[in-house]
Design a protein around this ligand. Structure first.
Ligand SMILES: [Fe+2]
Ligand SMILES: [Fe+2]
Length: 269
C-alpha cells in the first residue's frame, strides 16, 4: 500500500524533530565526552568486561542492520533517513565499548580481533520484512536495549567506575531516543491503518528475540555470567512492553480486539 501524502509529510516531520533534538541536545563524542584519562582507576572486573564485550558484539552486526534495514525502508523517507543517522549513532556504541575493553586492559588487540572475526562469521537476518513490522520490532528492541544499558550504568556507578558509567550513560540516552522515534512512527501508522498496525505489534511482540541471541559467539555461556545484566520476563513486560504500548497510546484490550478481528476475518474466508 502506498502511503498518502499526508502520512509521508507527518513521517518527515517526525524524523526532522528527532534529528533536530539529536543534533542540538544529544550528540556526544567518543573522544571528548568519556573521561578516558581515568580508565585505569577502576579495579579489574571480568564480569563487567564480558558484558561490555557481548554488547559490543551485538552492536558489531551494524553492517547487517544498516544494509538490510535501509533496503526495506528505502521508500519511507522518515524511517530510511532515520536508519542512516541511527547507523552513525550505533557505530559509536561499538567503538566506545571496544576502546574501553582494550584501553582498560581487559582485552588485548589480538583477543578483540579474534572476537571480531568470530562475530562477523555469522550474519544477522532481519526478523521482519515490512517497514511497519521493523518499526514495531525497533520500538521493542531499542527499549529493551535501553533498559539493559541503564542497568549497566547503575552497576558501573555503584562500583565507582566513572569511565564505564559515562559510556553507558551516553549509550542509554541514544537507545531511549531510538525507542521514542519508533514509537512515534507506530503512532503515525496507527492513524493510517489501526487494525493492521495493532496486528503487526502483536505479531512482533509474540516473536520478539534480542538480536544477539544465537549470533554472538558463545552466547549461551555468556548469558550465565550476564544474568545480572539481563532482563527477565517480568522486567520485560513492565519496563519494555508496557511503556511501548503506553507510548503509542494503545492497551492490551486494543491488541486482543485486533487479534479477534483478524481471526474472524480468516475464519470468514
Ligand atoms: Fe546501540
Ligand atoms: Fe539503538
Amino acid at each position: 500500500m502506498t502511503a498518502t501524502l499526508a502520512h509521508r509529510q507527518k513521517m518527515y516531520r517526525a524524523y526532522m524533530e528527532f534529528f533536530e533534538l539529536a543534533e542540538r541536545r544529544r550528540r556526544w563524542s567518543v573522544f571528548e565526552d568519556i573521561p578516558w584519562e581515568k580508565v585505569d582507576e577502576a579495579p579489574r572486573d571480568d564480569d563487567a568486561a564480558l558484558c561490555a564485550e557481548t554488547f559490543c558484539g551485538v552492536e558489531m552486526y551494524l553492517p547487517d542492520y544498516v544494509s538490510q534495514g535501509v533496503n526495506v525502508l528505502r521508500s519511507c523517507f522518515g524511517q530510511a533517513w532515520f536508519a542512516t543517522n541511527w547507523g552513525y549513532e550505533e557505530s559509536k556504541h561499538a567503538l566506545t565499548l571496544r576502546k574501553w575493553l582494550i584501553d582498560s586492559g581487559h582485552r588485548t588487540e589480538e583477543e578483540f580481533a579474534a572476537f571480531e572475526q568470530a562475530v562477523l562469521s555469522s550474519t544477522w537476518k532481519a526478523p521482519f520484512t515490512t517497514p511497519r513490522q521493523l518499526a514495531c520490532y525497533g520500538a521493542i528492541q531499542e527499549q529493551a536495549t535501553f533498559v539493559i544499558y541503564r542497568k549497566q550504568l547503575e552497576q558501573a556507578q555503584a562500583r565507582g567506575d566513572v569511565v564505564l558509567a559515562a559510556i553507558y550513560g551516553h549509550i542509554a540516552k541514544d537507545e531511549a531516543a531510538h525507542a521514542a522515534f519508533y514509537r512515534d512512527v507506530i503512532a503515525l501508522e496507527l492513524e493510517e491503518d489501526r487494525d493492521g498496525t495493532l496486528s503487526d505489534l502483536a505479531h512482533t511482540f509474540a516473536h520478539f528475540r534480542m538480536p544477539g541471541v544465537g549470533l554472538v559467539p558463545d552466547y549461551d555461556a555468556r548469558v550465565g555470567v550476564m544474568r545480572s545484566a539481563g532482563i527477565d520476563r517480568g522486567v520485560f513486560l513492565q519496563r519494555v512492553w508496557m511503556p511501548t504500548m503506553k507510548g503509542v497510546g494503545i492497551t492490551r484490550a486494543d491488541l486482543l480486539g485486533a487479534r479477534r478481528r483478524a481471526d474472524a476475518g480468516i475464519a470468514a474466508k
